[in-house]
Design a binder for this molecule. Structure first.
Ligand code: FMN
Length: 168
C-alpha cells in the first residue's frame, strides 16, 4: 500500500502525541509524520493520501507553523489526493471556536481539489460553534486532551479503522 503523509502542527506537543498514536494504531509503517515547523511544499509530493492535523490557538486560529504555511496552499494542487483531518482543542474553554483550525484547513484544501474522508460525529462533545462542522459532522477527528482525554484511545481506534477503509 502507498504511504500516507501525516502533516501536523503543534505548540505544546498534544497534537504531536496524537499523531504518533494514530501512526502506531494504523501500523505497518504506512504513516510518515511531518512536523509543519520543518515542512516545505515539495514534502507533499508523491503522497496521494494525506492526514492533516492542527490544534486551534488564539481563539479560532491555526497553529503558528500552519499559519505561516497557509499562503503556500494557494499554489498547491490537491486534486487526486484523498485527505483525512484531525485536530485537538478545548471544547469547554473555547466553546465558540472548538477545532476551528481543522475547518479552516479542510475548506482551503478541499477548495484546491482534495477529497475529504474521515468525517466524525459531534455526539459526545459539548461546544457551541466550530468551523470544523459541516452538514452536522466534524470534517475530521476531534480530540480534546484538555477535557476528555479518557476518550482519546477509543476515538483513535474507531477513527483509524474508519479511515483505513475509506483510504482503501
Ligand atoms: C491561549 C489558548 C487559546 C486556545 N484557543 C483555542 C481555540 O480557539 N479553540 C480550541 O478548540 N482550542 C483552543 N485552545 C486549546 C488548544 O488547542 C489545545 O490545548 C490543544 O490540544 C493544544 O495542542 P498542541 O499541544 O498540539 O499545541 C487554546 C489554548 C490556549 C492556551
Amino acid at each position: 500500500m502507498s504511504k500516507i503523509g501525516l502533516f501536523f502542527g503543534t505548540q505544546t506537543g498534544k497534537t504531536e502525541s496524537i499523531a504518533e498514536m494514530i501512526r502506531d494504531e494504523f501500523g505497518d509503517g504506512e504513516i510518515e509524520l511531518h512536523d509543519m515547523s520543518q515542512v516545505s511544499v515539495s514534502d507533499f509530493d508523491g503522497y496521494t493520501k494525506l492526514i492533516i492535523a492542527s490544534p486551534t490557538w488564539d481563539i479560532g486560529e491555526l497553529q503558528s507553523d500552519w499559519e505561516g504555511f497557509f499562503p503556500e496552499l494557494d499554489s498547491m494542487d490537491f486534486s487526486g489526493k484523498t485527505v483525512a483531518y484531525f485536530g485537538t482543542g478545548d471544547q469547554l474553554g473555547y466553546a465558540d471556536n472548538f477545532m476551528d483550525a481543522v475547518g479552516i484547513l479542510e475548506a482551503k484544501i478541499s477548495d484546491r481539489g482534495g477529497k475529504t474522508i474521515g468525517y466524525w460525529p459531534t455526539d459526545g462533545y459539548d461546544f457551541s460553534e466550530s468551523k470544523a462542522v459541516k452538514n452536522g459532522k466534524f470534517v475530521g477527528l476531534a480530540i480534546d486532551e484538555d477535557n476528555q482525554s479518557e476518550l482519546t484511545d477509543d476515538r483513535i481506534k474507531v477513527w483509524v479503522a474508519q479511515i483505513k477503509k475509506e483510504f482503501a
